[in-house]
Design a protein. Structure first.
Lengths: 347, 304
């Protein structure tokens, strides 16, 4: 894999990564000129703090045509200082490969860097929402475990971010375990074992997770990473995994904390992972499931996070997300123990 | 290169320095680092042949260097044999042709002590050579500009002489190499910048081995040191301190990072079997946790 380094934050923004003297910003599925202009201007602001760096904006599968982008670039050339325009490059990545739109895109950079890193960064943005039926089941389970009582269609639609027909269809599928009330509210009345097993077997779909491993040979422990995460000032992340499981079930049978699990609430599909560098710049994303991760980021796409507030520091991820984090960490025995605890506590 | 017991050599150097100069000499380089990180282990060794010591302050350096050199000569220390530099100069020898004072302890040619001076204040040259006249002839007493940082709050060894802080040596190395230069280490094909920038990475790695958060404590000390030693240009220096490291971590300098890794594994990181990937990750920590806050401070205008 091509190595890259993460640039520091300036003006509340930082490009996705640095390659040599080029700072690269990746935007996936961009569909409006307004967003395109904002992305380019943000990159230009960033470059204005340094005289040596160049900037590259890569649009992954944009819904704007290349011809329209070239027209837009002509306006940009008239509006921005020529010295800045000379430092900017615009490219599009489609199935067919990298398409230079404006500026100087070196072939080596295009071939060696973009084909790898842009793919990776595009994958980091979980563009595809999980199936709504999965998301609906996870919310139903969560409300049941926490004994929140029955809910309405409207509430569930807002929590998940889906339409009435989608909710109705999911509820029909779960009718055997759904209890309906005269006022049309509903809730689970028992644990849907088969549906749950399906979720666990396909948890990457319902609960996509990004894994990070230390590359320095000196991994920071989960507590140290958590301390740093707590200082990140982000309100879209919550503690999951083993630490949260211990919060919900203090008797969990596990020594130590093998990794830090965080749940990142990303209802619009753009997972802002910039805080990870603040946790530890020595972390790198890994895709090999055999590699030991020190950090796992679970991306939550539904509209409502259902995070549980803590007296101080980061909130807790909900119990269901926490449970799925244990499965992801291959802590099967602890996951079963925690699940039994949750089901038993419903009574 | 020889494997030297770090603690034992520090003790030997301290014992050889006349008492009146002991408070005005700072050990720098690999011995300082090895003593700092491994000094408590009597069996720890450092692979090197040169022990660098700097006389500080500059105003007293020539006087003290003469006292130290003549005392060592009297104790039987001998000039290192060298076809080009193994003989003292005289008053007619131009300064730039004077040999550096490199002395083996009596009866031991495994290592030598190399004397330097703290840089004179207000000079912008990267290297300055002063004439040191002794009863054995004339030598060149050199100063590297950024070694002024080694004078900043040095640590005291148990043997009474001081040694430079790891973070100050790291910053001096970073500043000395704003790019990957072609200059090679004498007698080898290794680039000087790879050796020194790699040294900065090794110092960072060893510091985080003790304390994973150590690098976050570096930038306040760096800023104080730069403001004190280079008051007129500290902002510029702070902004350029990371340039060489960024270049080393750049993919187009992959072979340079490999060379830096190999050199680290032959010296301070010996026996740890680290790969370039580990040093690259350490470099990212150094950039984000130490250099970025320093750069940020330098960008903040006074009164802002």
């Amino acid at each position: 894999m091509i190595e890259d380094t993460s640039p520091p934050t300036r003006h509340g923004y930082r490009p996705d990564f640095r390659f040599g003297n080029t700072l690269v910003e990746v935007k996936a599925d961009l569909h409006s000129f307004r967003n395109f202009r904002a992305a380019l201007l943000q990159l230009a602001y960033y470059l204005s703090d340094d005289t040596d760096d160049r900037g590259l904006l890569v649009l992954v599968n944009p819904r704007i045509t290349e011809a329209a982008l070239r027209n837009e670039w002509r306006l940009i050339e008239r509006a921005l200082h020529p010295a800045m325009v000379r430092r900017l490059t615009l490219a599009v990545r489609r199935q067919s490969g990298i398409i230079p739109i404006a500026g100087n895109l070196k072939p080596a950079l295009s071939k060696r860097l973009l084909l790898d890193n842009v793919d990776r960064d595009a994958r980091v943005q979980p563009n595809r929402a999980p199936h709504s039926s999965d998301a609906i089941l996870l919310v139903l389970l969560n409300q049941w475990f926490l004994r929140k009582g029955p809910m309405t269609n409207q509430w569930l639609m807002r929590a998940v971010g889906c339409s009435y027909p989608t909710v109705a269809k999911a509820l029909r599928r779960l009718q055997d375990v759904i209890q309906r009330f005269p006022d049309r509210r509903f809730q689970l009345w028992g644990f849907p074992t088969d549906e749950w097993n399906r979720i666990v077997a396909n948890r990457e779909r319902a609960h996509p997770t990004l894994h990070y491993a230390d590359r320095s040979g000196q991994p920071r422990n989960a507590e140290s990473l958590l301390r740093r995460a707590s200082k990140s000032g982000r309100n879209d992340i919550a503690i999951g995994g083993v630490i949260a499981a211990r919060h919900y079930h203090p008797d969990l049978d596990l020594r130590g904390t093998p990794r830090l699990d965080l749940t990142l609430h990303s209802p619009d599909g753009h997972a802002d992972l910039s805080f990870i560098e603040g946790l530890d710049p020595a972390l790198e994303r890994v895709t090999d499931k055999e590699e030991r991760a020190t950090l796992a980021i679970h991306v939550l796409r539904r509209q409502t996070s259902l995070f549980v507030a803590a007296p101080k520091g980061l909130p807790w991820a909900d119990p269901v997300a926490t449970l799925l984090g244990l499965y992801d960490a291959r802590l099967e025995a602890q996951a079963k123990e925690f699940l039994d605890h949750l089901v038993m506590s419903v009574g | 290169m020889s494997s030297l017991p770090a603690r034992g050599v520090m003790q030997q150097v301290a014992a050889a320095i006349p008492m009146e100069c002991r408070g005005e000499i700072i050990v720098v380089g690999s011995l300082a680092a090895a003593y700092h990180f491994f000094g408590s282990d009597p069996n720890a060794v450092i692979t090197t042949k040169d022990v660098d010591a700097m006389l500080s302050p500059n105003a007293l350096a020539l006087r003290n260097a003469k006292i130290v050199a003549e005392s060592l000569f009297e104790a039987g220390w001998t000039l290192r044999e060298d076809a080009q530099w193994g003989k003292a100069g005289d008053r007619s020898t131009p300064e730039e042709e004077l040999p550096i004072l490199r002395l083996h302890p009596a009866g031991n040619t495994d290592w030598y002590l190399e004397l330097a001076a703290a840089p004179p204040e207000g000079r912008a040259e990267s290297k300055v050579i002063q004439r040191l006249s002794t009863n054995q002839g004339d030598f060149g007493l050199y100063s590297f500009r950024f070694l002024a940082l080694a004078e900043e709050d040095p640590l005291r060894s148990e043997f009474g002489i001081s040694y430079a802080r790891p973070e100050m040596m790291a910053l001096a190395n970073l500043l000395h190499h704003p790019q990957i230069g072609p200059e090679v280490v004498r007698g080898s094909t290794d680039k000087r910048s790879n050796k020194d920038l790699g040294r900065a990475l090794a110092l960072a790695w060893l510091s985080t081995e003790r304390d994973r958060d150590a690098l976050e404590t570096w930038h306040p000390r760096w800023r104080t040191a730069l403001e004190r030693r280079f008051p007129k240009e500290w902002r510029d220096l702070a902004l350029r301190a990371g340039k060489g490291l960024r270049a080393l971590l750049d993919d187009k300098h992959k072979l340079d990072l490999d060379q830096a890794t190999r050199l680290c594994n032959l010296s301070l990181l010996r026996g740890r079997g680290l790969g370039a990937e580990a040093l690259r990750a350490t470099g990212r920590r150094l950039l984000v946790e130490a250099l970025a806050p320093l750069e940020s401070a330098a960008r903040t205008m006074p009164g802002a």
